[in-house]
Design a protein around this ligand. Structure first.
Ligand code: 13P
Ligand code: SF4
Length: 365
């Protein structure tokens, strides 16, 4: 018999050790009915329960391939949305804490993107001239906007290939919400910096003149990641002075100067792979979230590799951090009793178009 759903309040008071015990019991009860996906930035005490781990690209593929009734996403809101609209009708995407958002994703919203599109239309025909490209770190309605306007989704591991796809269709790209990933992608494709203009959504016409809009090949939405903006070229300089043989790797959400001064730039999956495959006894400076860097440092230390965090201060993704053992225990216990809590459901009218934009990406990458 189905029981009433269990309230979170009781779990909030639980010590971690008690949560781990309850997670193990509920997980065993659920068996194949649930799959736990974990992004690389998840805290260690939650990451250990993930059945499948990866970066955004890998996790969005995996979300469309699993068969479990419940896809429990240890990540942030936009990732659970992707799991929802990419999964089969009988599957439910669950986000253990609904407050786990992404501050960068929140820097663009549908009203502002539609206004931008209207303003672009005052200068030239946006639908003929621009392909809208949204970073996967965005709400489902923005992915749907791209689906509806001949656009596409990209992740940090395929942005260049996706930009080629976009330029093959139209002369210009409107890229949102991360200006840094957009700029780095354009730079790698050989687009001069003066043909990449920043669109400030809080200003009329993005703060640009009609002439600047006509000249731009890449319009970069004025958004950024609050974690990756902490890394500075000075941190790289200091490391290189101390360790001339050391290597630097950064996520493309870092500033242009940080990316330029790094030896490698890539997604979280690429960062993990590059360091794991590196020669023993190498030393690395890594510009991405702290949970990933700490885990990696542990995993490779027996090979004599040293992995150092790029910033001198602690900077974690505070929203990813919200998924803690208390929330995981709470959702799993409820699901084990078939009480669906914290389901993420993208409305049907958005889901179809968002899926179209994401399917275009999966085919192109
Ligand atoms: P990845 O796709 O590289 O995992 O990046 C996701 C993210 O949010 C980085 O801040
Ligand atoms: Fe969003 Fe930045 Fe956190 Fe990634 S690290 S989820 S971009 S806030």
């Amino acid at each position: 018999m189905k029981t009433a759903s269990i309230n979170f309040d009781k779990f909030n008071q639980l010590q971690d050790a008690a949560c781990h015990e309850r997670i193990r019991i509920a997980r065993a009860k659920l068996g194949q009915r649930a799959v736990i996906l974990g992004h690389h930035y998840q805290r260690a005490d939650v990451y250990q329960y993930a059945d499948l781990t990866g970066d955004s690209l890998k996790l969005s593929r995996l979300a469309s391939q699993t068969d479990a009734d419940y896809i429990v996403f240890c990540g942030v809101h936009f990732m659970a949305e992707v799991a929802d609209f990419m999964s089969k009708p009988h599957q439910k995407a669950i986000l253990p804490d609904l407050a786990a958002g992404c501050s960068m994703a929140d820097m663009a919203n549908l009203a502002k993107v539609e206004r931008c599109w209207r303003e672009l239309n005052e200068v030239l025909s946006a639908d003929e001239m621009f392909t809208p490209v949204t970073y996967i770190n965005s709400a489902a309605d923005l992915k749907a906007f791209c689906g509806d306007h001949g656009g596409i989704v990209c992740t940090s591991s395929n942005a260049e290939r996706i930009a080629q796809w976009a330029f093959a269709r139209r002369e210009k790209i409107l890229f949102f919400p991360d200006q840094h990933l957009g700029r780095w992608t354009g730079y790698k494709m050989g687009i001069p910096l003066d043909e990449m203009m920043v669109w400030d959504p809080d200003l009329e016409m993005g703060g640009l003149t009609p002439e600047q809009i006509r000249q731009a090949r890449l319009l970069l939405w004025k958004g950024h990641c609050s974690v990756h903006q902490m890394f500075q070229p000075a941190h790289i300089l200091k490391f290189r002075n101390q360790h001339p043989d050391g290597l630097v790797i950064a996520h493309p959400e870092c500033s242009f100067e940080v990316c330029k001064q790094s030896d490698f730039v890539g997604s979280t999956e690429l960062i993990v792979k590059t360091i794991k495959e590196a020669a023993p006894n190498t030393r690395w400076l890594v510009g991405t979230e702290l949970n990933l860097v700490n885990r990696l440092a542990e995993e490779v230390k027996l090979e004599g590799k040293t992995v150092q965090f790029m910033a001198p201060t602690v900077c974690m993704c505070s929203t990813m951090q919200r998924i803690d053992p208390q929330h995981l225990a709470w959702v799993l216990e409820n699901l084990a009793e078939d009480n669906v809590v914290n389901q993420i459901k993208v409305p049907d009218h958005e889901a179809g178009l968002a899926r179209l934009a994401l399917d275009r990406m999966l085919k192109a990458s």
